[in-house]
Design a protein around this ligand. Structure first.
Ligand code: ATP
Ligand code: MG
Length: 263
């Protein structure tokens, strides 16, 4: 059972500068409880920096991030983060790696039951005793997701969660993420380089980047917000998604005559 219901997230005027490099400028974004929002943007455009503000791993130098009405001040127990690389502890079994994500106060028996439940959810029951070096990349990614879910977060922050996986495993993982979202609703903010992935998963897709004509160090703003029509699971081949895909690629400055859909 998730311990925290899905929570709303509000970014108001969020800015972040490193030295003389302004990375984020004045980001306003309201994410509803249980919503899935995908962020896309060119490499170096500030996507991970934005996620770090929401995950409490870094603080904005202007503006605020609010989770369920409480302004963030550092890492928040109601939020969980998973990164592109699974970052599992090599000496621990899959089950013990998932256990790492449980709140410290969890009673032993309850913790075991929760880990078993999560391993079932990410279809890793049969791998629970294996070490990270004995499992595939997709399995490691699922273990990392289960660890992030262990505390039943109200907000789940995912930085290119499937970026290191092959195309087929990636599609399977997208469906798994949607299943998880139905079973244990959380508000999800994810970064992806894959426009199709963003359109398949998200309620809204945010395009992050500097304003046209502005220098790179003027800081990224939200250049556009696309509301994706249709209930999930969506038809990956639908004409409406193809239209949005072309729009997003255009916004990213990618020619749509080119067959590649990631960048
Ligand atoms: N702690 C830091 N100190 C200095 N500069 C930083 C720091 N963190 C990020 N930056 C700079 O901020 C910019 C944006 O970085 P960020 O990691 O957010 O990009 P990104 O959009 O996630 O890129 P990618 O798609 O390649 O992951 C980069 O120019 C980076 O060098
Ligand atoms: Mg990044």
């Amino acid at each position: 059972m998730p311990t925290v219901p899905a929570l709303p997230v509000v970014l108001a005027g969020v800015g972040r500068t490193f030295g003389d490099r302004r990375v984020l400028r004045d980001i306003d974004l309201e994410i509803a409880a249980g919503e899935i929002v995908a962020i896309i943007g060119a490499s170096g455009s500030g996507k991970s920096t934005l996620l770090r503000q929401v995950g409490g791993l870094d603080q904005p130098d202007s503006g605020t991030v609010t989770i369920d009405g409480t302004p963030l001040n550092g890492v928040d127990q109601r939020t969980a983060i998973a990164f592109q690389e699974p970052r599992l502890l090599p000496w621990r079994s899959v089950a013990r790696n998932v256990e790492v994500g449980l709140p410290r106060s969890t009673p032993r028996a309850e913790g075991r039951a929760r880990v078993d439940e999560l391993l079932r959810l990410v279809q890793l029951e049969d791998a629970k005793s294996l070490r990270p070096r004995q499992i595939s990349g997709g399995m490691a990614q699922r273990a990392s997701l289960a660890r992030a879910l262990a505390r039943g977060p109200g907000v789940l922050v995912l930085d290119e969660p499937f970026g290191a996986l092959d195309a087929l495993t990636r599609l399977t993982m997208q469906d798994l993420l949607l299943e998880i979202h139905s079973a244990e609703p959380a508000t999800i903010l994810l970064v992806t380089h894959d426009v199709d992935e963003a359109l398949y998963l998200a309620d809204r897709v945010i395009l992050l980047g500097t304003e046209p004509g502005y220098p790179a160090n003027s800081g990224a703003v939200i250049r556009s917000v696309i509301t994706v029509p249709g209930k999930r699971p969506r038809d990956r081949g639908s004409a409406s998604l193809a239209q949005l895909r072309a729009e997003l690629l255009d916004g990213l400055g990618v020619s749509t005559h080119h067959p590649a859909h990631t960048f």
